[in-house]
Write a protein that binds this ligand. Structure first.
Ligand code: DGL
Length: 259
């Protein structure tokens, strides 16, 4: 049993969508969140660069004494988690596009996946896709330009609407009935996606599954915080904290610190 914090990192503010799920499920766990906004987006970087940034983030979180690390970024998970697991003793939880539930439930036999270039081109993504999507059409779409807009607080902007409309069109032309969100920044787009998608198209993201997996691993490895004091959560960012602070103040009354 351990009262050390859980560490989380993302290329920026997107992983806060996962933070919310973990905090809701594990309210007594302290969390240290690292937003590497200075280096966002990760999605267009090469694998080696994504690995180097993931190692840097991990080392910072280990300096803060974290007992487990959630890689709250699909791009970093699909490109770097194998190396992180081989290199460090703490457990790592990753996030990948939730293809399996979409593939198991689709009626139209067509599912759309919106993710970064780094995720869609990764070996891990292809491996998972091959496992579950034999007789199913997968319409993959790189969400170029989305992450910078979310980082800039333009989640509900006209520019975002143009991008999403363009990206959804080929999927809707192929009659998808599931849209898988393969990037932790994208849950912030759900209100706009609900406006743009026909009612029968379901949106899937992996946030809750990651929170459940985090809980399961803490229990298995006897790392649960048994204290019943409200958790203390600390958010670090190396970029402009305005947008992050808006999310945090709105929901958790804390302010981000610079690193
Ligand atoms: N939140 C990251 C992900 O889940 C965003 C990637 C990026 O920075 O491009 O993939």
């Amino acid at each position: 049993m351990s009262n050390k914090p859980i560490g989380m990192f993302d290329s920026g503010i997107g992983g806060t969508s996962i933070f919310k799920e973990i905090h809701a499920l594990l309210p007594f766990e302290h969390i240290v969140y690292l937003a590497d906004s200075k280096n966002a987006p990760y999605g267009n970087k090469c694998k080696d660069e994504i690995i180097a940034l993931s190692i840097k983030n991990t080392e910072l979180l280990l300096e803060k004494n974290c007992k487990l690390i959630v890689v709250a970024c699909n791009t970093a998970t699909t490109n770097a988690i194998k190396i992180l697991r081989e290199s460090y003793a703490v457990p790592f939880i990753g996030i990948e596009p939730a293809i399996k539930p979409a593939a198991l439930n689709t009626r139209t036999k067509a599912i759309g996946i919106l993710a970064t270039k780094g995720t869609l081109s990764s070996e891990l993504f292809h491996h998972t896709t091959d496992l579950y999507t034999n007789d199913i059409k997968i319409i993959e779409q790189i969400g170029d330009g989305i992450v910078p807009l979310v980082e800039a607080g333009q989640t509900n902007s006209a520019a975002m609407k143009v991008l999403l409309t363009t990206y959804l069109k080929p999927m809707l032309d192929k009659d998808i009935d599931y849209l898988v969100l393969g990037c932790t920044h994208y849950p912030y787009l759900i209100p706009m996606l609900l406006e743009l998608l026909p009612k029968h198209v379901k949106i899937i993201d992996s946030g809750l599954a990651v929170a459940k997996q985090t809980k399961a691993v803490l229990e298995q490895q006897k790392l649960v915080n048994l204290g019943e004091k409200a958790s203390e959560n600390v958010f670090f960012s190396n970029g402009n904290v305005t947008v992050l602070d808006t999310i945090l103040e709105h929901q958790f009354s804390v302010k981000a610190l610079n690193f």
